[in-house]
Design a protein around this ligand. Structure first.
Ligand code: SF4
Ligand code: SF4
Length: 383
């Protein structure tokens, strides 16, 4: 009962505070404009073309590569584009300009600075084995409050992947700042196993915090409610199929299948539809009973991050000289990943670097450290 009340209070506070915050810190609306037909006539100058199609200077620069004011007097035909090419270029330029105009660059810069400071502090603490059941919860709260409730739903690790796919599918262009953000997030995954998801993602930390409401005091076992650990083959198959569907629908129909169900909208609740509300509510309720359902079943960055974490530098490792095969870490892990790490299975599921396995080991054999994982001695777990 305690967990359910805490869950309801958490969700209600996130929704209410996000409404307050989005009203106080107005962010610009993100959208990809629909394709338009281009107006072009014989002998038209670039300036006349801009006026006829209501195009602003940044878009004109992208279309014609204008260098000076004199270029505005050149004839459109002199650039050698046929009408189809021109239409494509105009629509791409309008999409990129809309992307650019929808971003609050100062806020984004500040968010990245905070992400770096926050994540590297936690990374240092995890290496020093200073993350425990109590401060873990506080860090998750800080994660979704700072990067979600206060700083908003965008940018997010997931957004960098799915928005890029949708824009590429719809308009055939890549918005460079988004690609840079994706590279930064992936670099963070590689530096420290999935760290941006673990501690920095707004929705990831919210799900992780909710799960901790249904854990024992030491955060090493389930709490009053049951806890399910779905097999990775199931969760990852669904996630891969969802990713394929996202790409297929974006490229074939120019539509974003996550539009309705995007769980990051919990940080801008005004935009949640009834169907979206039901889906997000289901994800949050499921978070009480299983580890990060959105991340493991659906998230496109969850999938690309899982691939990237194969080469992460800092990661959960086991010292088999100290390990007494008690499997406490495996039991304490909220998902199936510690079992796979401990026994060095061929496929290692997503590890969200929560550090619970470190705390649960009675012989201090588990660490968050740099380097490759050792293999357990033969028969270590077959006695
Ligand atoms: S996998 Fe989870 S934590 Fe990572 S970006 Fe997706 S929602 Fe966020
Ligand atoms: S193996 Fe499990 S318990 Fe250990 S850090 Fe990863 S997700 Fe957490």
């Amino acid at each position: 009962m305690k967990s359910i009340i805490a869950f309801l209070i958490t969700v209600a506070l996130v929704v209410v505070l996000s409404i307050v915050s989005t009203n106080m810190i107005k962010s610009k609306k993100e959208f990809v404009p629909d394709n338009v037909a281009v107006v072009v006539e014989k002998g038209m100058t670039v300036a006349e073309f801009a006026k006829a199609n209501k195009l602003e200077n940044p878009a004109m620069k992208k279309i014609f590569g204008l260098e000076s004011k004199q270029d505005l007097q050149k004839q459109v035909e002199s650039f050698g584009f046929d009408k189809e090419q021109l239409t494509k270029k105009v629509n791409q330029a309008m999409a990129l300009t809309a992307e650019d105009n929808s971003k609050s660059w100062q806020k984004i810069f500040l968010k990245f600075v905070l992400w770096f400071a926050f994540l590297f502090t936690i990374m240092f603490m995890l290496i020093k084995k200073k993350i425990n059941a109590k401060n873990r919860k506080y860090f998750y709260i800080a994660g979704f409050v700072i990067f979600g409730v206060i700083m908003g739903a965008d940018p997010s690790p997931m957004g960098t992947v799915k928005d890029a796919i949708v824009l590429l599918g719809k308009k055939g262009v890549i918005f460079m700042p988004r690609l840079i953000a994706f590279c930064i997030f992936t670099a963070l995954v590689i530096i420290a196993n999935k760290f941006i998801c673990s501690w920095g993602c707004q929705f990831g930390t919210l799900q992780d915090f909710i799960l901790r409401l249904n854990r024992n005091d030491k955060d090493t076992d389930k709490g009053a409610l049951p806890l399910y650990k779905p097999p990775f083959v199931v969760t990852n198959t669904v996630r891969v199929l969802f990713f394929i569907a996202l790409c297929f629908v974006a490229f074939k129909f120019g539509h974003d299948i996550t539009e309705e169900i995007d769980p990051f909208k919990i940080f801008k609740p005004q935009y949640i539809s009834i169907f979206g509300g039901i889906f997000i509510g289901a994800m949050l309720i499921m978070s009480l009973f299983m580890y990060r359902p959105w991340c493991l079943f659906f998230c496109p960055f969850g999938l690309t991050g899982w691939l990237a974490e194969k080469i992460s530098i800092f990661r959960i490792k086991v010292d088999y000289d100290k390990c007494i095969s008690c499997e406490s870490c495996e039991k304490a892990c909220p998902s199936t990943v510690m079992s796979a790490i401990l026994k060095r299975d061929k496929t290692i599921p997503d590890c969200f670097s929560c550090g619970v396995c470190i705390n649960s080991c009675p012989t201090d054999a588990v660490s968050f450290s740099a380097g490759k994982r050792d293999k357990p001695p033969v028969d270590k777990f077959n006695k």
